[in-house]
Design a protein around this ligand. Structure first.
Ligand SMILES: Cc1cc2nc3c(=O)[nH]c(=O)nc-3n(C[C@H](O)[C@H](O)[C@H](O)COP(=O)(O)OP(=O)(O)OC[C@H]3O[C@@H](n4cnc5c(N)ncnc54)[C@H](O)[C@@H]3O)c2cc1C
Ligand SMILES: NC(=O)c1ccc[n+]([C@@H]2O[C@H](COP(=O)([O-])OP(=O)(O)OC[C@H]3O[C@@H](n4cnc5c(N)ncnc54)[C@H](OP(=O)(O)O)[C@@H]3O)[C@@H](O)[C@H]2O)c1
Ligand SMILES: *[C@@H]1O[C@H](CO)[C@@H](O)[C@H](O)[C@H]1NC(C)=O
Ligand SMILES: *[C@@H]1O[C@H](CO)[C@@H](O)[C@H](O)[C@H]1NC(C)=O
Length: 459
């Protein structure tokens, strides 16, 4: 007469789905409900991963298998914290796992940050990937130079999208409005600015190689930035060594005849700029929009990954009409009762067990902070699921009392006029997107508004 343990997961990105997968696998009796704010699942796999990296999105197949299990249910279009509180979920379920990712952005904290022409990478990425809340962004691509702040893989995604030939982007699931804006783009030169040096970049070698191989674009580096780097190579760990070698080669090696020819014919350029921190976004005379950026010149203190950027007192202005700040995403507290570390922007936890909150867990970027690839997120989500199962097995999490689960939540939502989207509703949206894509030679043409998604879901 034991009832089955009921677990609720908040967020349907990789963290939510991998946590669900592991829970269902580890306990034959557990039932998992996933609540998602948007009518569509998969988080950053849909709204973050670059459109020209379709192979990364294959994880969706695994997530779909999990969602179709009889012990897993999906409730889209439910904003936890607004439509239903974390406390209400804790009442309804034996355990609640928070996996709602990092939906904010770090801020540069410099004057001019809110000028027209300055965007957080999160919003720019959301715009070209069809995130409904970023539909109105309409970035101004009318100037020649764009500056990206930060040198992680997101910065390189943005640089690639700005510089890729349209013929390549046309064959991806990038949104139609983004394609049209990029077709008119005047951006010819993209500078990727970091506060530290070549040995400290956060991006990885595959992504740098994609920049080097961009058709119609030449690298534009500053040779002096690489002083001493060749000598430091031998002490670097292997992945970092390969990455640094590639940058060094790109910056300093005299290219062969064919490559020289290619570079001289390229109409676009990209380059890393090192040892530079933003000081101020400069405005045009009317103070209506971005005209440039003032950068402080840094020197490094220490060496290797832990080296620190220290101001030299010198500054330098760069003319540009577009600034994209790609210095990291940031988790937000969705409920005042959560023990939230606002400095690290994570939920305080111990192996995924939220501190001082029995039955409450977390996984993914909300648990670790906004770094790591999907495989990293998978690992830490499996860890959280293991903690939860261990607590059930040992009895530190009481699953003996009967809990109503989705039944009571459904009643609350109905009272509040919220109509959840099921996984088979999502599959209708999916089919419409795939067929619209097929009609125009793209893998998918995404629906761009919540209204349209809901309309298709309910058709
Ligand atoms: C631009 C970008 C590109 C990337 N590209 C790659 C790549 O090519 N390869 C790779 O391996 N990794 C990539 N990553 C990393 C990868 O996306 C992350 O590791 C992973 O998505 C983190 O998973 P998550 O579930 O914690 O967060 P998310 O994927 O953000 O999922 C969180 C989910 O929670 C939902 N949610 C938020 N708030 C609420 C709420 N209040 N109520 C209900 N639901 C809510 C969101 O809508 C979202 O669906 C990329 C990341 C970014 C930012
Ligand atoms: N293709 C892929 O596999 C792919 C694509 C996209 C994203 N991802 C993953 O998703 C995660 C997030 O990517 P991300 O690019 O957002 O983050 P990230 O890798 O952490 O890079 C952030 C960058 O911003 C800089 N930065 C941070 N704070 C700054 C400040 N106050 N001033 C100036 N610069 C600052 C960092 O420099 P410092 O080092 O000096 O702090 C770093 O260069 C990463 O793990 C990434 O690998 C993977
Ligand atoms: C990022 O988010 C904050 C809100 O926390 C906002 O004020 C800021 O202007 C955003 N954009 C950039 C480019 O940092
Ligand atoms: C994930 O965990 C496995 C096993 O512990 C490890 O071998 C692998 O390197 C981890 N992957 C990432 C990306 O952290």
């Amino acid at each position: 007469q034991r009832c089955s343990p009921k677990v609720c997961i908040v967020g349907s990105g990789p963290a939510g789905f991998y946590t669900a997968q592991q829970l269902i696998k580890a306990r034959q009796d557990v039932e998992v409900d996933i609540y998602e704010r948007l009518p569509v699942p998969f988080g950053l796999v849909r709204f973050g991963v670059a459109p020209d990296h379709p192979e990364v999105k294959n994880v969706i197949n695994t997530f779909t298998q999990t969602a179709r299990q009889s012990r897993c249910s999906f409730y889209g279009n439910v904003d936890v914290g607004t439509d239903v509180s974390v406390e209400e979920l804790r009442q309804a379920y034996h355990a609640v796992v928070l996996s709602y990712g990092a939906e904010g952005n770090r801020t540069m904290g410099v004057p001019g940050e809110d000028l027209a022409g300055v965007h957080a990478a999160k919003d720019f990425v959301g715009w070209y990937n069809g995130l409904p809340s970023c539909r109105q962004l309409r970035p101004d691509l009318s100037s020649e130079t764009a500056v990206i702040l930060g040198q992680g893989n997101v910065a390189l995604d943005v640089a690639r999208v700005l510089l890729s030939p349209l013929d390549i982007l046309k064959m991806t699931d990038i949104t139609q409005p983004a394609l049209e804006a990029l077709a008119e783009s005047q951006v010819r030169r993209v500078l990727i600015v970091g506060r530290r040096g070549p040995v400290q970049v956060a991006c990885t070698v595959k992504e740098v190689r994609e920049m080097v191989n961009l058709p119609n674009a030449r690298p534009e580096m500053v040779g002096a930035d690489f002083e001493g780097v060749a000598e430091a190579l031998k002490d670097l760990p292997r992945p970092r060594k390969r990455l640094t070698e590639l940058m060094l080669k790109t910056a300093l090696e005299v290219p062969g005849e064919k490559e020289q020819q290619r570079r001289s014919e390229a109409s676009h350029a990209w380059g890393f700029r090192f040892f530079r921190s933003p000081v101020e976004i400069l405005a045009d005379p009317e103070r209506s929009r971005t005209a440039g950026i003032r950068l402080a010149v840094n020197r490094l203190e220490g060496s290797g990954e832990g080296a620190r950027a220290v101001l030299t007192g010198e500054v330098e202005d760069v003319t540009c009409g577009l600034v994209i700040s790609s210095i990291g995403y940031k988790s937000l507290p969705i409920d005042p009762s959560l023990p939230f570390d606002s400095r690290k922007a994570i939920v305080l936890n111990n192996m995924g067990r939220v501190q001082r909150a029995a039955g409450l867990y977390c996984s993914g970027w909300l648990k670790t902070g906004p770094t790591g690839v999907i495989a990293t997120t998978m690992n830490n989500s499996f860890d959280t699921a293991r903690s939860l199962v261990e607590d059930m097995d040992l009895g530190t999490l009481d699953v003996s009392v009967v809990k109503p689960g989705s039944q009571s939540v459904a009643a609350l939502l109905e009272k509040r006029g919220v109509k959840p989207v099921t996984f088979s509703d999502w599959e209708k949206i999916d089919r419409v997107e795939l067929s619209r894509g097929e009609a125009v030679g793209k893998p998918r043409e995404k629906l761009l508004t919540v209204e349209e998604m809901l309309q298709v879901a309910r058709s």
